[in-house]
Design a protein around this ligand. Structure first.
Ligand code: MG
Length: 268
């Protein structure tokens, strides 16, 4: 009985300590700080360092499409309902294909999502035409502009040299990809993107940079890159304050023939 009481007292003591940790915030950095600032209290039991709340939301992944249940499907090949022309918000003029993909229709302009996004996980698939045409930046050039401003380059770079900070998988004119992981021309590629938007204060000054991680065909090519600003064709990156914004797909206006399919996003 005595032993039991001692155990009970000890358990409630440890439980209080644990609550102390979680009350200080669940940010890993804060947790580490709390651990470090508890001299002489090195935990001696596994349970002392277990955290049971909050429980992560449970989701499922579709067995066929591999789309998570909490994702927003932006394009599944059936229509352009979630998209508009970037220039004037009119209906999308790109080509809807029977294989559930879409293809850029030359010189009809960029398209963008109707919805605005901040921090996201994005999945998107793209391919350049099997019939190779054009050279350098004029071969299968398109791009995915996160928040309409930060371009992840889409390009057919197979046996096709260009400046490396503008090659496939680059953050255009800013970050060279770690490797080139392209599928053969005419075959589908995937980009999986983790993006955190920059933060601006009330005076419009950037107080936290945006970051981007990209996997190309499952291979890490951009590793938490700190975005310097907008991805300009000419000039330095710009940092004008902005709110949540659409995802834009580029019509490079040179008959790129780039196609996209299976686009979904999870808001973070
Ligand atoms: Mg481009």
């Amino acid at each position: 009985m005595k032993k039991f009481l001692v155990l009970l007292v000890l358990m409630s003591f440890f439980s209080c300590k644990q609550q102390g940790f979680t009350e200080e915030g669940s940010e890993p950095e804060e947790l580490i700080k709390t651990f470090k600032e508890a001299p002489g209290e090195e935990p001696t039991k596994p349970k002392q360092t277990e955290v049971w709340e909050p429980k992560p939301k449970e989701i499922t992944v579709d067995e066929v499409t591999r789309i998570p249940s909490d994702a927003i499907v932006l394009f599944d090949g059936s229509n352009f309902d979630g998209w508009v022309s970037s220039k004037d918000s009119s209906a999308v003029k790109w080509i809807l294909n029977p294989d559930k993909s879409m293809t850029v229709k030359n010189k009809t302009g960029d398209i963008q999502t109707k919805r605005n996004f901040g921090d996201i996980q994005l999945h998107i698939e793209w391919k350049s035409p099997g019939e190779v045409r054009g050279e350098g930046q004029h071969r299968g050039n398109s791009g995915i502009f996160i928040q309409g401003r930060y371009e992840i380059q889409v390009l057919d770079n197979n046996d096709n040299d260009t400046y490396v900070n503008g090659q496939v998988g680059s953050i255009y004119k800013q970050s060279i990809p770690l490797v080139k992981a392209s599928a053969p021309s005419g075959e589908w590629n995937s980009y999986d993107v983790i993006y955190h938007a920059p933060k601006f204060n009330s005076e419009g000054r950037k107080i936290k940079a945006g970051t981007i991680t990209v996997l190309h065909n499952g291979v890490l090519i951009q590793d938490h890159y700190i975005i310097k600003g907008t991805t300009e064709f000419i000039g330095w990156p710009k940092n004008k304050a902005h709110e949540k914004a659409p995802i834009k797909l580029q019509d490079h206006r040179d008959n790129s023939g780039v196609s996209y399919r299976n686009i979904w996003v999870r808001e973070l």
